[in-house]
Design a protein around this ligand. Structure first.
Ligand SMILES: NC(=O)c1ccc[n+]([C@@H]2O[C@H](COP(=O)([O-])OP(=O)(O)OC[C@H]3O[C@@H](n4cnc5c(N)ncnc54)[C@H](O)[C@@H]3O)[C@@H](O)[C@H]2O)c1
Length: 343
């Protein structure tokens, strides 16, 4: 039995809290917002995770000191707020506590991954990233799901694998933290694009093209940043991309559908709620430029979302790009040198 604090009483935080509670761990859920906890206490449910019964025996608090002395602290907060929450929690953390990041995004301005942000704020704690195709709505009701626990020191990833594994959740371990985190953050951008395509009334061909060329550009960025090629064909790469681009549970896709139907990007994000891909697109656009990586889909989405771009013009730009070979740019100079060295 482990002692676990879950930070955030949104969809994913609650799904993991319920699962860990039912598995017999001692779980407490923290929220900054009294109203969220009050709703759960009075109705036994949360509007963030509709239709899911939240056990009365699950403890909840607004006191951030609840992270103190725990085996594990799970971060289930949208990426824009992770640094602030980590700063507030840091003084109360013991250095043995394993932090589990589930937040999918990159920090605006610094381009940092969430594990890097957490490491800056909580430098003494081991950090494991848990990511993969796992809608909270399905995980919380025991639908078979697979995720990855990623940490360079795989002993910590294996510890989290042991804790989170249940009959309905299978957890794999991966030491490629960069690849796992990038896949989770960047697929939200492509899901927005797939939503826009659906909203415009395009079909499966277009979506398959966006997903396939999407993972290509995510992989290119990942390789330039030092990730492993194989990770992008795994659960945190193509796996998470598939689930996000094809499901109505995906808020990124739902926001995209609204945009495709003519709603402004700002209004679509307001209507849908947590749309990580919207914020990540701006960061990824800057990051791709900084790294010198070609990311045509991300670029066009950036113009659409932040520069009042025209969707038909963007489509024309993508379809009319110079002719290419399919696998160009996959292999960066660094990777090529590494392969040559190893052979
Ligand atoms: N929903 C999913 O299926 C799912 C799956 C995997 C990963 N994630 C990731 O988990 C993270 C949270 O997503 P979610 O779906 O639970 O979002 P959500 O909108 O359902 O809930 C987010 C929760 O974060 C907390 N929060 C929001 N703003 C805050 C602030 N300023 N300060 C402190 N706490 C704040 C609140 O408790 C809120 O309920 C995201 O990064 C998302 O990408 C979600």
């Amino acid at each position: 039995m482990a002692t676990i604090t879950v930070l955030g009483s949104g969809a994913f935080g609650l799904a993991l809290a319920i699962m860990c509670h039912e598995a017999g761990h001692e779980v407490i859920v923290w929220s900054k917002f009294a109203s969220e906890l009050e709703e759960i206490r009075t109705t036994g449910e949360s509007s963030k995770l509709k239709g899911v019964k939240i056990p009365k025996t699950l403890t909840m608090t607004e006191d951030i000191r609840c992270v103190g002395g725990k085996d594990i602290v799970i971060v289930g907060i949208p990426s824009s707020f992770v640094r602030d929450v980590a700063k507030d929690a840091a003084p109360y953390l013991s250095s043995e506590t394993v932090l589990v990041d589930t937040s999918k995004g990159l920090e605006a301005g610094s381009y940092k991954r969430m594990s890097e942000v957490l490491h800056e704020e909580c430098p003494h704690n081991p950090i494991v990233v848990v990511t993969g195709p796992s809608h909270a709505e399905e995980l919380s009701i025991g639908i078979p799901t697979t995720v990855v626990a990623a940490c360079e020191d795989v002993r910590y990833a294996e510890y989290i694998q042991d804790i989170l594994t249940t009959e309905s959740l299978r957890v794999y371990v991966n030491a490629d933290v960069i690849g796992c985190e990038l896949g989770g953050a960047m697929k939200n951008i492509i899901a927005l694009g797939c939503g826009i395509s659906d909203g415009l009334g395009f079909g499966d061909n277009t979506k398959a093209a966006l997903m396939t060329r999407g993972i290509h550009e995510i992989t290119s960025l990942g390789l330039a940043m030092g990730a492993e090629f194989d990770t992008f064909s795994g659960l945190t790469g193509i796996g998470d991309l598939i689930v996000t681009c094809t499901s109505m549970h995906s808020r990124n896709r739902r926001a995209g559908i609204l945009i495709g139907q003519g709603v402004s990007p700002e209004d679509a994000v307001k209507q849908v709620g947590t749309v990580e891909g919207f914020y990540c697109c701006r960061v990824a656009y800057g990051l791709a430029k900084k790294m010198g990586v070609s990311m045509p889909i991300t670029n066009e989405l950036y113009h659409l979302l932040f520069e009042h771009g025209d969707v038909r013009a963007s489509l024309g730009n993508l379809m009319g790009r110079p002719k290419r070979h399919e696998c160009e740019h996959y292999i960066t100079a660094d990777t090529l040198a590494k392969i040559e060295q190893e052979s």
